[in-house]
Ligand binder design. Sequence first.
Ligand code: BJ8
Length: 424
Amino acid sequence: MSYHKMWAELGLNLEAHDQLLQVLSQGYQQLFLSQENRPTGMQYLDFVMSEIHGLRIQELVDAQKAGRKVVGSFCVFVPEELILAVDAISVGLCTGAEVGFDLAEQYLPRNTCALIKSSFGFKLGKMCPYIEASDLIVGENTCDGKKKSYEHLKYLVKDLYVMDLPQMKSEAGKALLKAEYLRFMKRLEELTGKTITVKNLKEAIEIVNAKRLSVARLARLRAASPAPISGLDSLLINQIFFNENPQRFTENINILCDELEARIEQGTGVAKPDAPRILVSGCPMAVPNWKLPAIVEQNGAVIVGEELCTGERGARWLTEIKGETLEELIDSLVERYWQIDCAVFTPNTDRLQSIKKMVQEYQADGVLQYNLQFCQPYTIESGLYETELEAAGIPVLNIETDYSQEDMGQLSTRIEAFIERLKQ
Ligand code: BJ8
């Protein structure tokens, strides 16, 4: 089916977009479809990926024609529950390809992290149907790169809303988070003409909790040896988490988990039982950023967990449905999001504990800390954590990279050496 008419109406650059889809499809075939012994439940993800700029966008456009709104965001601090409560659709806007960087650099310094430059590149190159389909785009004050880049982005998109976020886990910080969620609620109500009530917020919390439970179930199953699913496929699931219809996602991930349970019982896995097991920790990896897991798994190791926002840091906690008033539900929501241990907080000691816990739970042999070049929060934190983890007997490899393919050879050599160290 051709979606060219829809893409043209969204204002995409059809030629550039066609080229992008072609590269994406080739990369996907090479990396994902060539894996051996994949669970059959991954066919759902293959389909979602093949239609990520097609059918899913068609669904968004159809929903808009029926009066619903689409809200795009860049951070796991933006509560999907509030967006669903006003019957809007939440989509993630982070991107993971080196597209339109030359255009992005007309606005941003060269030494801006690839995640930020990529979002600008997709927007300026007119290649992201999600950003074009968004009625409201939510930025947030997290790292300096993001918060300052929104000062440019507001002139490039039709409606940008910026959420302030705390930097310290103090009582004042928590009060700010609550105030900002209340302000965001009002903005969503204005956008949609709908009111957030106890009933619709509870329903929204249930939907998002169920989605988070499905990925938590998947995460637990990866503790098995041999690993029942690859890190590459698991990362893809955690990436699709942000853009797929939430109920459909939950249903299909639970079906996949049923299959993985059966595989574990039969002793079937995607890697050898003695394959070194690696936990990846650090900056988010957005579609189609699959570079690191591909190198790790092509070198004979298996990734058993992601301490990333496209992973457990983004999905770990649930919102407790307690109380009978809106105020109590908002407090519950704040409690849930307050636990996110993003490196923009200072100090951020909880994250180190999360990494250690994940190492233990998923029987990881070592930690690969993934830092995007020019990302100060995660790169600085990785130095602190390396010392602490090594002292606790957990081998660490710190990687600093970007979205280019130029360092593939060098990364591969370093990762191979790290895997050898883990084997010993
Ligand atoms: S909660 S990790 S999604 S802020 S990689 S843009 S930090 S310079 S993305 Fe994030 Fe929310 Fe935190 Fe998660 Fe800046 Fe670093 Fe770039 Fe980053």
